[in-house]
Ligand binder design. Structure first.
Ligand SMILES: NC(=O)c1ccc[n+]([C@@H]2O[C@H](COP(=O)([O-])OP(=O)(O)OC[C@H]3O[C@@H](n4cnc5c(N)ncnc54)[C@H](O)[C@@H]3O)[C@@H](O)[C@H]2O)c1
Length: 313
């Protein structure tokens, strides 16, 4: 979707952190913004930024796990701006998980509901509306770098974000031939409010607070960084995140990535899997019978991404 001006973006978790950064970047492009978030006070706070800048925006209170509520929120967005063109499935939680056999079923279900089902609920509610108006559009879901390379100790987060990556790759295939695109945003570390907002959203869901990890149940903390490094380039700003996402939408990137420092970790994973395929000759006829399994052309759509420059914000 190259021209965003005058189009409408529906952004879940848009009241804070990365969602807010994406909302601001979309507004700078001249889009109408729908901030869909569970926390009304955070929505009210975020809307002040849009008012100050004369950016058209509304807030809708939405729990992405509430399917009927999702339909009502999409209706409200269409009442305000006519059509939705961009869906950003960004709402997420960072739960204090330990080792998966020690996590409560409440914590497991809560995390699956928000992280995975929330994305599916967004696609089911809004993609048919985008396809129906025919003006074209795009869907972005925020996964994580952890959805590409798992971080020890975070089974739920890693695996559900990996599921989101796969949802968006498959959606890209399913949308071939339409004028609607699909991207997965896999950020590295950004400065947001994930810990605090999760504590609030968990209580909204009336789930029992998860037990605090005991000593030895979490992986050891990484060593302290040297004193002379620019920490703001490691844990980056939400405005940079928003700018990178908008650039990815305009370019039609399948993957919107941030810190290139993760590339060796991804290569190590990909290479490990490549080495695990037995050293055997091709099975005659396999490529013809299972052509989409042997080779998926969707991956060829991803072109090399140039360096991002701060003046793109
Ligand atoms: N911060 C990081 O470094 C980082 C890295 C990788 C991925 N992510 C992902 O980015 C996304 C945004 O998180 P963030 O870091 O900006 O945190 P954040 O807490 O600042 O923003 C998340 C927002 O989602 C909202 N939310 C939570 N549950 C919701 C629900 N059920 N329905 C609607 N809204 C809900 C919260 O109210 C909050 O406003 C998440 O999916 C997170 O997993 C974050």
């Amino acid at each position: 979707m190259e021209n965003l001006k005058g189009k409408t973006a529906f952004i879940t978790g848009g009241a804070s952190g990365l969602g807010l950064g994406i909302a601001k970047a979309c507004a700078k492009e001249g889009m109408n913004i729908v901030i869909a978030d569970l926390r009304q006070p955070a929505i009210d706070e975020a809307l002040k930024i849009f008012k100050e800048n004369n950016w058209p925006a509304i807030g809708v209170q939405l729990d992405v796990t509430d399917r009927e509520g999702y339909v009502k929120a999409a209706d409200k967005a269409e009442e305000a701006f006519g059509k939705i063109h961009l869906l950003v499935n960004n709402a997420g939680v960072g739960v204090p998980e330990t080792k998966v056999w020690l996590d409560s079923y409440e914590l497991i279900d809560f995390t699956i509901d928000v992280t995975y089902k929330g994305v599916l609920n967004g696609i089911k509610t809004i993609v048919p509306r985008i396809l129906a108006h025919g003006e074209g559009g795009h869907v972005v879901s925020t996964a994580s770098q952890s959805g590409l390379v798992p971080v020890p100790g975070f089974t739920l987060y890693n695996s559900l974000k990996m599921a989101v990556v796969t949802v968006m790759e498959t959606l890209a295939n399913d949308l071939v031939g339409t004028n609607v695109g699909s991207s997965v945003f896999c950020p590295g570390p950004f400065s947001t409010n994930l810990g605090q907002s999760t504590a609030n959203t968990m209580s909204v869901h009336e789930r029992p607070a998860p037990p605090k990890p005991k000593d030895g149940e979490n992986p050891p903390a990484p060593p302290a960084p040297p004193a002379d490094i620019d920490f703001s380039r490691i844990v980056r700003s939400i405005d940079e995140a928003g700018s990178r996402v908008v650039r990815g939408i305009k370019r039609g990137d399948l993957y919107i990535l941030t810190h290139s420092d993760f590339k060796p970790a991804w290569e190590a994973r990909a290479n490990a899997i490549a080495r695990a395929y037995p050293d055997e000759p091709e099975t005659p006829g396999f490529k013809q019978v299972f052509s989409m399994l042997a080779y998926n052309p969707i991956f060829d759509t991803q072109k090399q991404v140039p360096a991002w420059k701060p003046d793109e914000e």
